[in-house]
Design a protein. Structure first.
Length: 451
């Protein structure tokens, strides 16, 4: 919405949320305290806030004034009830549609921006149609326009998208939304489809991206015992234009709020339509991702002869990828929890993730509490020198550029022997560790000599 406000100064953009704290944070004058960290977002907000970009909890007024409403609420995997563990929970979509149906005035275009199961637009239409029956002055058009941005590069992706999708039937509504996008996106990048193709394209894009990560991670595990190097393999296969070079970085597994949720959603839909083999095919992508995290924590523990109890292990990076503060489904969570359960004392560093976020994740009710410096504990740190002192191992989980500048020969002097570096992102050159006493494991390359 900040990008729409930037490129359409004549349009008033109002962001509403039921969460008052979030809206307060979006209105915080100190833009370093915005709820989301994305490069360039603070500048857009500073420039346009309270000019044509507003953040408010006044949902009734905002909807009643709107010509177009974008529904961008959360659609997480259901935790209980029918389809639990797979299907998307549409209760927030439903409540948003009910609010729009109640408060809208005149003609309103409702755009489904959240990622949703195929045919969710039908649910939205049904809710909206009911209110039309009560009030003949209200009319609605429902469009699907899923969001393809990637966290970490969100502003860039929104300013210069590969494509934008508009799914729908009402040609006039499609034209209006298309005009809005055309303020900064070339017309040929705006694809018009039917509603269901648009909804399914978003799920399919994420399924393909997740599948690519699980594929390269699967091959990384085959590289390690065979002497192949995943970087070389990725370069070799990526040169084939049919495969392409992007998204071929092996790592600790995919995270973020979308990939797993959208895969589970596809699996659920396939089973719903009786496509068991197709469901099993996509389910393997999720299982491989779980396995990659488990195999990494296992090999760390096995490197210490089966016990990490009371070992000081430094976790570098907790966000699910660099340039974001998002920790949802981050592989760091599963790996850290496994190590804490095995008695390790973790020191966790991340340039953008706060101690409060770690608290919410690592001290949640059904997990171990923070028992600082006892067996199985975690400590937040923003001081790498202190963290490395007497550390037994450094585990790189997020590929922050900060970690490329670590002086390993200096740092290794403060570590306890035998010292280890586990590079789950493959960002450290073996040559940087030459001459140190550090034992080294790198994803897709395996255990390496450092001296
Ligand atoms: N985060 C991403 O990178 C990304 C990328 C593409 C698509 N998506 C999709 O966009 C949607 C939102 O994702 P997110 O990461 O921003 O989720 P989020 O959980 O961070 O934010 C959703 C917000 O919606 C608010 N909300 C819920 N019900 C509401 C209602 N009835 N009225 C007003 N506000 C309400 C919540 O309070 C919350 O602040 C999801 O469907 C997701 O799959 C996300």
């Amino acid at each position: 919405m900040s990008v729409i406000a930037e490129y359409c100064p004549e349009i008033k953009v109002t962001v509403v949320d039921v969460n008052k704290d979030k809206i307060n944070s979006w209105n915080n004058m100190d833009c370093s305290k915005l709820p989301v960290y994305e490069k360039g977002l603070d500048l857009l907000i500073k420039k346009n806030r309270n000019k044509n970009l507003f953040f408010t909890t006044d949902i009734k007024k905002s909807i009643s004034e709107a010509d177009i409403v974008f529904i961008s609420v959360n659609t997480p995997t259901k935790k209980r009830g029918l389809g639990a563990g797979y299907a998307s929970d549409l209760k927030w979509i439903e409540s948003s549609a009910r609010m729009v149906s109640e408060f809208a005035c005149g003609h309103t275009i409702v755009v489904e921006k959240s990622t949703v199961p195929v045919r969710t637009a039908e649910l939205i239409k049904k809710i909206l149609t009911n209110s039309i029956n009560n009030d003949s002055n209200k009319t609605f058009s429902v469009l699907s326009s899923p969001e393809f941005l990637a966290e970490g590069t969100a502003i860039k992706d929104l300013e210069n998208p590969d494509r934008v999708l508009i799914g729908g039937e009402d040609q006039s509504a499609i034209k209006q939304l298309s005009f809005l996008y055309q303020k900064w996106i070339p017309k040929e990048k705006i694809f018009v489809t039917n509603l269901w193709s648009s909804e399914l394209s978003k799920l399919t894009a994420n399924a393909f991206l997740a599948q690519r990560i699980s594929s390269i991670n699967a091959i990384s595990s085959l590289c390690e015992p065979t002497g192949a190097d995943i970087k070389e393999v990725a370069k070799a296969i990526g040169a084939d234009k049919r495969i392409g070079e992007k998204f071929l970085n092996a790592g600790p597994g995919f995270g973020g709020s979308c990939f797993q949720k959208d895969l589970l959603n596809i699996i659920y839909l396939c089973r719903y339509y009786g496509l068991e083999e197709v469901a099993n095919y996509w389910e393997q992508v999720v299982l491989l991702n779980e396995w990659q995290k488990k195999r990494i924590s296992k090999l760390i523990i096995e490197s210490f002869f089966g016990t990490v109890a009371f070992k000081k292990l430094v976790i570098l990076g907790f966000a699910f990828k660099s340039n974001t503060n998002d920790t949802r489904e981050s592989p760091a969570i599963a790996i850290s929890k496994e190590l804490i359960e095995n008695g390790a004392n973790l020191y966790i560093h991340d340039p953008q993730v706060s101690e409060v976020q770690l608290n919410d994740i690592l001290n949640e009710e059904n997990f171990i509490s923070n028992r600082d410096n006892c067996e199985g504990s975690w400590t937040y740190t923003n001081d790498l020198d202190r963290a490395f002192r007497n550390a037994d191992a450094i585990i790189i989980i997020t590929e922050w550029s900060e970690y490329l500048n670590i002086n390993w020969s200096e740092m290794s002097k403060n570590m306890r022997q035998p010292a280890w570096v586990f590079d789950t992102r493959g960002i450290i050159n073996e040559s940087d560790l030459f001459g140190t006493n550090i034992n080294f494991w790198k994803v897709g390359k395996g255990f390496l000599e450092s001296s």
